[in-house]
Design a protein around this ligand. Structure first.
Ligand code: UD1
Length: 430
């Protein structure tokens, strides 16, 4: 077991470089098997564990992976020979279900165990299944939660999503690129990683138009070819550093970002009194006083991202006044507030609403990461708190933040990764 030990109270200062986008990479890696060729993926956050699990799955179905350098891999999917992915492979992460769309696109058949991932409330896949069925597949889910999707031939179709779903939009795009005829996804998700996936597919010879709007048109092509593609910067990692800079009353230049993707976050930070300067591919965030209160409502892109909700709550926890956070995407995304309250925050969460009464200061305490973004919030809380904070269950954080200790240390944070013996092992020993 490992934990982070943070000595808080130091304003973050300096420059930090953001990695490639996890959620774009998680869609692009399975997409590579649609090509039956070699794809080179650059700016990939290879060392986060979610990417490691996706590479394991690729190998299990017969792809060959060559690591070119720390952030570049080559995926050779010519010998992919299986459409079956078992539970021990899918249990680690949500995005493993993108292999349903990708394998359907490649073999017209996919047998994939239901995915794991962060628990944020129920995470149904009815819209994914509806999309596959409209493309002509028969889909069943057995008692062991194995999704079996098969089609004689996938045929393009209009598909209206009942709600905006990132996952369903990705999965339908993957299944539709080689279907015959035109697929039109209406009420599609517009997140930056949807656009990145479309650009990757088009680099392989697909015909995908309209990504980034709520109508995506996909004209099926017979074959795709290999390509070299560089993944966009991670919007949420960038946002995490932006909030950390403000919460510690620091001044940080965050590099390798697309400022347009960060607009909803920048606007809220400015509302809280921070200064946000935009450059071509960087943003500088500083704050030299107690943050002002502000209200937040999470929304699909271009609204305020739910994946930034917990980090922003830390800033509001030390703001002057009372803020309201309304979570409109997930039904159970306030569990972390119990951990923040252990550090002296005053947050009352009920259902999808939280009332944050700002306090002068957080105090270091032993806490845990309930999920990936909750873990990022604990780091920010530890950095702006007085004293020492110890964060357990950091494997959640390692799923999505590359070189997190090195990057925060580089801007002045006092953060260490410490090995700690599993208390159960100690009790059982001897
Ligand atoms: C993705 C992100 C996750 C982020 C979320 C919302 C990845 C790997 N994960 O998750 O970090 O928090 O977008 O921005 O990119 N829904 C249904 N039926 C479906 C699909 C979704 O009811 O078939 C509901 C969900 O329960 C949720 C909402 O739609 O309430 C949005 O979910 P969705 O956009 O699909 O999230 P994910 O793709 O799982």
């Amino acid at each position: 077991m490992e934990k982070f030990v943070i000595n808080g109270g130091t304003p973050l200062k300096g420059e930090v470089e953001v990695s490639g986008a996890k959620n774009a990479a998680l869609a692009i890696i399975p997409a590579a098997i649609l090509s039956q060729d070699v794809c080179t993926i650059e700016n990939l956050p290879c060392s986060i564990s979610d990417i490691g699990y996706m590479m394991k799955i690729l190998r299990q179905i017969g792809a060959q992976i060559r690591v070119i350098n720390k952030n570049t891999i080559e995926i050779d999917s010519r010998n992919v020979n299986s459409y079956v992915i078992s539970h021990d492979m899918t249990k680690h992460l949500r995005a493993s279900y993108y292999f349903i769309g990708a394998l359907l696109g490649r073999f017209s058949r996919a047998k994939v165990s239901m995915p794991g991932g962060c628990y944020l409330g129920p995470r149904p896949i009815d819209q994914h299944i509806k999309g596959f069925e409209l493309l002509g597949a028969t889909v069943s889910v057995d008692d062991n939660a194995i999704v079996d999707a098969r089609a004689d031939k996938l045929i393009g179709s209009p598909i209206y999503l009942d709600m905006v779903s990132v996952g369903a939009t990705v999965n339908i795009m993957l299944a539709a690129v080689k279907a015959s005829g035109l697929t039109v996804i209406e009420n599609a998700a517009k997140e930056p990683h949807i656009v990145d996936l479309a650009n990757f597919l088009n680099s392989m010879g697909a015909d995908v138009r309209g990504a980034g709007t709520d109508v995506i048109k996909i004209r099926g092509v017979e074959q795709l070819h290999g390509c070299t593609y560089s993944i966009i910067p991670d919007q949420i990692e960038a946002g995490t550093f932006m909030v950390a800079a403000a919460a510690t009353k620091g001044d940080v230049l965050i590099k390798n970002v697309i400022p347009k993707h960060l607009e909803s976050i920048s606007k809220k930070l400015i509302e809280c009194g921070a200064t946000v300067e935009e450059f071509d591919d960087a943003v500088r965030v500083s704050l030299n006083k107690r943050p002002d209160k502000c209200n937040i409502k999470t929304m699909p892109h271009p609204g305020f991202p739910t994946d930034m909700q917990s980090q922003m709550a830390v800033l509001l926890a030390i703001a002057d006044g009372t803020s309201i956070i309304s979570e409109s995407i997930w039904s159970n995304r306030f569990k972390y507030t119990e951990q923040l309250n252990r550090m002296g925050a005053n947050i009352k969460a009920d259902g999808q609403l939280a009332v944050v009464q700002g306090v002068e200061r957080l105090k270091g305490a032993p806490v845990k990461a309930d999920d990936l973004r909750a873990g990022a919030a604990m780091i920010i809380a530890g950095l702006c708190a007085s004293g020492t904070t110890e964060i357990e269950d950091i494997y959640h954080i390692d799923r999505g933040y590359e070189d997190v200790v090195e990057k925060f240390s580089g801007i002045g944070a006092q953060i260490k990764r410490v090995y700690c013996p599993d208390p159960d092992c100690l009790t059982n020993a001897g």
